[in-house]
Design a protein around this ligand. Structure first.
Ligand code: 5GP
Length: 185
């Protein structure tokens, strides 16, 4: 057995409440490294460069792709997202567990490269509830909400390819279920 850390891939459509669930997980397990992705989307109010994401330009993103600096990368809702490889590798070598909050195409790429990674899909209780949450957030324009809703419908079809599906009917309950998966790995 190696002492490498475990990789947890956590996916879930925009509005699934994944960030809230992950917030509870990190409170309970502050030792886990949260992989900070690079993205070309603009920061939302309250987001800080280097904390939620590294906010970079398309040019810089493409440069990082060419230099093979990403473990995985994908287009999502007309923006690019990628997981910088080295910070993840460094933590895993040191025996630290890593959580990646990434969408389904990226999850597939990580599973191919790291078959031992444990994948968890956070699902909303229903599509109606998902739409209600997306609108309630009201940080996005109607076009963007529609695009995210369409993307979410496609993503839900992928749930069964994950090792675990956690339904976020209640965020504390869902966080408890995710913590059990992590603590038992
Ligand atoms: P948001 O723009 O709402 O923060 O994220 C949109 C989607 O991009 C979410 O499903 C999130 O999990 C995903 N995402 C965030 N970072 C990455 C990444 O590095 N790679 C991939 N493939 N998806 C990401």
């Amino acid at each position: 057995m190696s002492d490498r850390g475990h990789v947890f891939i956590v996916s879930g459509p925009s509005g699934s409440g994944k960030s809230t669930v992950l917030g509870v997980v990190f409170k309970n397990r502050p030792d886990i490294y949260f992989s900070v992705s690079a993205t070309t989307r603009s920061p939302r109010p309250g987001e800080t460069d280097g904390v939620e994401y590294m906010f970079i330009t398309e040019d810089k993103f493409n440069e990082m792709v060419e230099k093979d600096l990403f473990l995985e990368h994908a287009r999502y809702a007309k923006c690019s997202y990628g997981t910088p490889r080295e910070p993840v590798e460094e933590r895993l070598r040191a025996g630290t567990d890593v959580i990646m909050d990434i969408e389904v195409q990226g999850a597939r790429q990580v599973k191919e490269r790291m078959p031992e990674a444990i994948s968890v899909f956070i699902a909303p209780p229903s599509l109606d509830e998902l739409e209600r949450r997306l609108r309630g957030r009201s940080t996005e324009s109607e076009d963007k909400i529609k695009l995210r809703l369409e993307t979410a419908k496609k993503e839900l079809l992928e749930a069964e390819s994950y090792d675990h599906v956690v339904v976020n009917d209640d965020y504390m309950r869902a966080a408890g279920e995710l913590l059990d998966i992590i603590n038992n790995a």
